[in-house]
Structure formats: C-alpha cells, structure tokens
Design a protein around this ligand. Structure first.
Ligand SMILES: C[S@@+](CC[C@H](N)C(=O)[O-])C[C@H]1O[C@@H](n2cnc3c(N)ncnc32)[C@H](O)[C@@H]1O
Length: 263
C-alpha cells in the first residue's frame, strides 16, 4: 500500500524528503526503493520552481493518488520513464536510450507510432525532430500524464491515444514504429501473439518504413524467448542493425535493439 504523499504536493514541504527517505529505507524491494529515491531527488529540485511543482502535483494526483487503472505499475510508485525537461527521474533513462539508439537521426521528419507510450516522455522528447508522433497506451492515467506534460511544454505534434495496440486502427500508415518492451507484457493486457503483434506493426508501416525494436530486460526475457521474437521479426522485415544496449540505468542495460525495414 502506497503512503499518501498527496499533502506534500499541495504545498512544498521541507519534511517530505525525510518522509520519502524513511520510506525508501524501509521499502520492500530494490525497485520500489529506487523509485522513492527518484521521487525524493525530483521533489528537492522543485523547491524554487512553483510552475514545475504544480505540474508534478497534477501528474502525481492522476498517476499515483487518484489512479483509475488498477493494473501493473511499471514505475513501482513513481515514474517508469525519465524526462529531464520536466525534472522527472525514472527507472528508465529516456535521454540515454534516445542517444544509444540514435533515435534523433532515425526519426527526423518522420510520422511515428510509439506503441505502449507509457507516460509519453519518450514520445515528447522526440517531438522536436519527428514530424508527428502518435503514442498508444491502454492505461488512461498514463495518457492523462502525457497530455499534462505535452501541454506544459506546448508541444503540438504529439498525440496520445488511449487504446490497446490490438484495438488501434488508423487510416494513416507510419514511417517508423517504436516497439519498446511491448511485444509482450507482464500485466496481462496484451491479448495477441508475438506473430500477430509484428504482423500488425508491418501493416501499419509504409514499404521501406522502419520497425525500431527494444527487447525486455534479460531478467524478464529468456534467450530462447528473445530468439523466437527475433526470428519473427526476421521473417517479416529486413534487419538492418542489431546490438545490445549498454547505456542508461540497470533497467536499460542488456536489452537487444533492432532496426528493421519493411519490405
Ligand atoms: C514495459 S512498459 C514500456 C513503455 C515504453 N514503451 C518504454 O519502453 O518506455 C509497457 C507499456 O505498455 C502498456 N501496455 C501494456 N499492454 C498494452 C497494449 N496491449 N496496448 C498498448 N499499451 C499496452 C503498459 O501500460 C506500459 O505503459
């Protein structure tokens, strides 16, 4: 059960960092502890930033205190994705991922679909290079947070859609699809097979369009499961690049990255 931190987001409190630190010390599980430390460090950075503090209050209210979506919490009490521009640390280092994958060059001027866009921080961090980004996410609380951040940053070319990937329809095919840790999910919310998933990715891409893939962390995806995924991608696309990512946090490192072209 999460401690009610709501009062600490009504007005800035000098006690809050101590409460977060104490809870981190006594928290069960190292991921929860990291999330609490991220919360603490972000909170301290909000002390002299009232507008950003107000954004954090709204995002926290929606995602942590008034959440409507009762399913797996990928951030374990705080954000899964980081976003420097709004003072958010996360389990995943968005800036390091974008750099390690060379996404700014690959997405320049492109129409992009980001599957399972989470809080939308990766989509938003690419808004200045992409032509347009559509983030699909089935958790409405995460979509609401993405919209809050988007409006705060006055970004106009990113749209977040509350939909499962299975149910998503569009008349507009994409130049690039981002499939980051989404080809299967632990939350029980993905209903299609890996084959159906990548076939749909292919249908949503122009010929010559790119599928950019990131696997799950090796802790959660066995070499055999990953090998099966790679074989499916190979059957449907032409693999242009494959490597193991070593940048970012513990949760980022060791994942397989693939850039594949639709024939
Ligand atoms: C492991 S996280 C990855 C988030 C993001 N792609 C990233 O790499 O930073 C999986 C995300 O997919 C969402 N999700 C799970 N099943 C989904 C589905 N069937 N359709 C769309 N989103 C889904 C979850 O809510 C979660 O935000």
């Amino acid at each position: 059960m999460m401690h009610d931190y709501r009062p600490y987001y009504n007005t800035y409190s000098m006690c809050a960092p101590m409460v977060f630190a104490k809870d981190a010390l006594f928290s069960r599980g190292s991921t929860k502890r990291i999330s609490l430390i991220n919360r603490l460090r972000d909170y301290v950075g909000l002390r002299d930033a009232p507008t950003l503090f107000s954004l954090h209050r709204k995002m926290s209210e929606r995602l942590f205190f008034d959440r409507t979506w009762q399913s797996h919490d990928y951030g374990e009490g705080y954000f899964y994705q980081s976003f420097d521009r709004i003072g958010v640390r996360g389990l995943r280092d968005t800036k390091a991922r974008v750099e390690a994958m060379g996404l700014r060059d690959l997405l320049r001027g492109k129409h992009v679909i980001d599957i399972g866009s989470n809080a939308g921080f990766l989509s938003l961090s690419l808004a200045d290079v992409a032509k347009e980004v559509v983030g699909l996410e089935n958790n409405p609380d995460l979509v609401a947070v993405g919209n809050l951040a988007r409006d705060y940053l006055r970004v106009h070319n990113v749209t977040f859609v509350t939909s499962s990937f299975e149910d998503f329809t569009t008349s507009k095919v994409a130049d690039v699809i981002l499939s980051f840790a989404n080809h299967s999910t632990y939350d029980g919310n993905t209903k299609q097979s890996v084959e159906e998933y990548f076939e749909k990715c292919k249908r949503l891409l122009h010929p010559g369009g790119l599928l950019i893939f990131e696997s799950h962390h090796p802790t959660y995806e066995s070499p055999e499961a990953l090998q099966h995924v790679v074989l499916v991608i190979e059957r449907l696309f032409h693999i242009r690049e494959r490597k193991v990512l070593m940048a970012g946090t513990f949760f980022d490192r060791g994942r397989t990255y693939i850039v594949a072209e639709r024939s």
